[in-house]
Ligand binder design. Structure first.
Ligand code: ZN
Length: 357
């Protein structure tokens, strides 16, 4: 069956003024401005100064299989069943999710039966109510993480990435999965559409990442376990599992089309390359931080070493500077045997000052 890879459309959000929904009291004046204010101070906190709209691209990957990519911003997807839809990832707010659904509705008006959350991060979960899904599906550990640190993560991510939180006042509260699983779950799509396999492949970006796999069409929605030319966020990661067994299992699926958590969709030979690049980022980060830790250096020295080691290959990727302090801290902690810390808006700023300030 020929693949409709050429089915791409560029979707540009309408320019908006600062008075539109969003910001929860913040005045977001830069969107749509022709000449936003240049960054001030040494380095603006995280992605707090990245307020311009990104270019969104809707790709029809196969009959009834969609991905909306947005450069370094989170990708979302959808898979048609015979008489229902499965949506993959929720975006940060119902308002932002509604914009994605508006785009999707040009292709299908089927109701959303399942909303799949690849992991617990606020930018992928808090828009859930827009889908009106019969069930919200996630890994057991994702539900636990939402209960344990969902509120703190919400505040942390809203501070780091305000652009993704447009329409923040439309968030009714935390998103609670209604169906969870530990290993695998199969959704029968009906008719001749085959199955959608949800699978836990081990600890990685968090301890609860799942992927969505269409075995008949060899299309994989990998969530944040694989990024395509977008820097990895590893602040909650288990790097050592991720860079070994978990990515091995991702590769073993043999995907011909891979939709990562951020960045463009990759196909055929590019799939192995994207997985290898993701692994390489993790290995280089680990080697740099471990070397400083072995000689009893400081975390600031580890940060500088990691940046020096990663920048030649990865420094030009979206959100590289944003994620690096959090990545280094988590690698530092993991190598010391600690579990992921709870990030709070205050702790984010303190670390930023220590390492990037
Ligand atoms: Zn994430």
């Amino acid at each position: 069956m020929p693949r409709t890879w050429a089915g791409r459309a560029t979707v540009r959000p309408e320019p908006r003024s600062g008075s539109r929904p969003g910001g929860g009291g913040r005045k977001l004046v830069c969107w749509g401005d022709a000449d936003p204010e240049p960054p001030v101070a040494p380095k603006p906190f995280a992605s707090s100064a990245d307020l311009e709209d990104t270019e969104e691209v809707l790709e029809v990957l196969d009959d009834g299989v969609y991905a909306l990519t947005a450069g370094g911003d989170p990708t979302v997807g959808a898979i048609e069943g015979e008489d229902f839809l499965v949506c993959f990832e929720a975006r940060a707010t119902p308002y932002m999710a509604g914009l994605w659904l508006d785009t999707l509705r040009a292709h299908t008006d089927k109701p959303v039966r399942y909303l799949i959350l690849s992991h617990y991060h606020a930018v992928r979960t808090l828009g859930a109510t827009a889908f009106d899904a019969a069930d919200v599906v996630a890994h057991d550990n994702t539900r636990d993480l939402i209960a344990e640190r969902g509120m703190e993560d919400w505040a942390s991510e809203a501070g780091r990435m305000p652009r993704l939180f447009r329409g923040a006042e439309t968030i009714p509260g935390l998103t609670w999965p209604t169906l969870t699983f530990s290993d695998r779950m199969t959704i029968h799509l009906g008719g001749t559409r085959g199955t959608l396999e949800l699978a836990y492949l081990g600890r990685g970006h968090t301890k609860g990442d799942i992927v969505a796999w269409l075995p008949d069409r060899r299309i994989l929605f990998a969530g944040d376990l694989v990024e395509s030319e977008a820097a990895l966020y590893t602040g909650d990661a288990y790097h050592l599992d991720w860079m070994t067994t978990t990515l091995d299992r991702v590769a073993a699926l043999g995907a011909e089309t891979l939709v990562g958590g951020r960045g463009r969709v990759v196909r055929e030979g590019e799939v192995d390359h994207a997985i290898a690049q993701t692994r390489r980022f993790l290995v280089v980060l680990k080697d740099a931080v471990a070397a400083v830790q072995r000689r009893a250096g400081t975390i600031k020295e580890a940060f500088d070493a990691a940046r020096d080691a990663l920048a030649p290959a990865f420094g030009g990727w979206p959100i590289f500077e944003h994620t690096l302090p959090f990545d280094v801290q988590r690698m530092w902690d993991e190598l010391a045997g600690a579990e992921p810390r709870v990030w709070t808006a205050e702790r984010d700023r303190a670390l930023w000052e220590e390492l990037q300030g």
